[in-house]
Design a protein. Structure first.
Length: 255
């Protein structure tokens, strides 16, 4: 049974309690009431609401409304994951990866990520792509597998995956090199806020690669947008253009 089916089988009052908790947590200004939201969320979670269980895990992971307790968070995430919530699987995988609240286990972390990925969870797909790209977490380096994971996550407009897939096409990692396709992917990622994509796209405009004309002004705009969000290399590139200095040593971000 997936999370949606599990939620449908709950009593109407449980669903109402969950909805009230969400409304209080998401309200703005004086309308927000986190203590009450946590109280109602816990009631719904104890009654078996899968997303309420996931949210309780989140509260115990980072919230200021309860005392942070990763052991309790892991228990709530596990209950939610058992009901098919991919976000709970992903969050629990992160705890297993670092051994916070649970015994560290790369094997369990990967298993949870893979389960969430089969449900189409973009962040899980992206993480698996990163592990295959870098050969981390006991996973053999496999650029082709990494590109597939990035492609699947990119279909959900997941900005980091659009950037990562763009990088694969830019450098020919796991796919046939295609700078025009890389530009398209960088544009999509930059449009929804990925600063690495904005920086790399700026380099394409600056040098006139990927089917683009040389356009230092557009490059400067992209560097400036990324720099405004703390991107150090973009700030340096923006300053160089401001000072009429060359960017010959600048290369794409591959992080």
């Amino acid at each position: 049974m997936n999370a949606e089916e599990a939620a449908k089988n709950l009593a109407p009052q449980v669903i109402k309690t969950y909805q009230e908790a969400v409304a209080l947590a998401q309200a703005e200004g004086d309308q927000q009431n986190m203590p009450k939201a946590v109280e109602l969320m816990e009631q719904a979670a104890e009654a078996g609401h899968p997303m309420a269980q996931c949210n309780m895990g989140y509260f115990y992971t980072v919230s200021e409304s309860v005392e942070v307790n990763h052991t309790t968070a892991a228990a709530w995430y596990q209950q939610s994951a058992d009901q098919g919530v991919p976000q709970a699987m992903f969050n629990l995988a992160r705890l297993y990866r670092v051994g916070s609240g649970v015994e560290e286990s790369a094997e369990k972390s990967l298993a949870l990520l893979r389960e969430a990925a089969t449900l189409g969870h973009p962040e899980s797909l992206h993480n698996l792509g990163i592990f295959h790209f870098a050969g981390e977490m006991g996973v053999a380096q496999d650029y082709q597998a990494a590109a597939v994971f990035f492609e699947n996550a990119a279909q959900a407009k997941h900005a980091p995956s659009l950037y990562s897939l763009g990088l694969c096409y830019s450098l020919g990692y796991g796919v046939e090199q295609d700078e025009v396709k890389a530009v398209t992917l960088y544009e999509d990622a930059a449009r929804i806020g990925d600063t690495n994509a904005a920086f790399n796209l700026g380099l394409y405009h600056y040098y006139g690669n990927g089917g683009l004309e040389v356009n230092p002004q557009r490059a400067k705009e992209l560097f400036g947008a990324a720099a405004a969000h703390g991107h150090a290399k973009a700030r340096a590139a923006f300053t160089s253009i401001e000072n009429n200095e060359s960017l010959e040593e600048s290369t794409e971000v591959t992080e």
